[in-house]
Ligand binder design. Sequence first.
Ligand SMILES: C[S@@+](CC[C@H](N)C(=O)[O-])C[C@H]1O[C@@H](n2cnc3c(N)ncnc32)[C@H](O)[C@@H]1O
Length: 226
Amino acid sequence: MLIDDVEYCSLSLHLSSDLAITMDSPYQNLLTHNKRLRNAISRAETEGIPAIQVSPAHGRQLSILCQLMQAKSVLEIGTLAGYSTIWLAESVPGIKVTSIDHNPKHRSIAEVNLRGLDNVDLRLGSALDILPDLQASGAVFDFVLIDADWENQHLYFDWAVKMTRKGGCIYVDNVVRKITEGVERKDPDPQSLIEQVKGDSRVTATLLSALGSRNVVDGYILALVK
Ligand SMILES: C[S@@+](CC[C@H](N)C(=O)[O-])C[C@H]1O[C@@H](n2cnc3c(N)ncnc32)[C@H](O)[C@@H]1O
C-alpha cells in the first residue's frame, strides 16, 4: 500500500537532499559506467540533449531489478538518448527492450548510442498512440519503466498494468518531484497518480524517495502486478 501522507514524504525528501549520490560523491565507487554508458552521456551532452536521464544509481537499480526478476521483456516509455535503455538492455542475457519516444532528435541520438545492441526496439511516436498498438499485438512485459511526460503518467500506468505479466514490475519515475518543485500544473491533481495507484487492486505498490544526480529530490513508485 502507498503511504497516505504525501506532505510528509515530500518533507523527508527535502531533508535528505544533502546525501545525493552522484558520480562526484564519496559513494561514486559503486557507480561505474561502461564505455557505452559513458559515450551515451557525452554524446547526449554534445548534441544538446537535456540531462534529464535517470541518475547512475537509478540506472544500476533498474539493472538490478531486471536481474532479480530475470526479466526477458521490458517496456520503456521515454527513451531520451538511450541512457536508461542501455542499463536495461545490458541487464540480463536475452532481454528485449521496447522503448518509446516521440522526439525524432532524441530517437536519432538514441539510435547511435544503442548501436551494437540488437535487443532494443525503438518506437518513434506518442506513447498514447503506440501503447494500444503494442497491446493489440499481444505484447506482455516483465518490467515497465515509465519516464516520459508527467501529465500522462496515470494513463501510462494503466496501460502498463494491462501489459505486465502477473508478478511483473512497474517503475514510475518522478512521481513526487512535481510536488516538491511546485511545477506549474497542467495536470488536474498532482497526487492523481498516487491516489490512482493506491486504489488500484491490480497492484501492490510503494512510493520511495530518490536522490538524483542533479541534486534533485524526487520519488518513484514501484508496483508489483498481482
Ligand atoms: C526524462 S526523459 C527519459 C529519460 C530516459 N528514460 C533516461 O533515463 O535515459 C523523457 C522522454 O520522454 C519523451 N516524451 C515526453 N512525452 C512523450 C510522449 N507523450 N510520448 C512519447 N515520449 C514522450 C521525451 O521526448 C523525453 O525524451
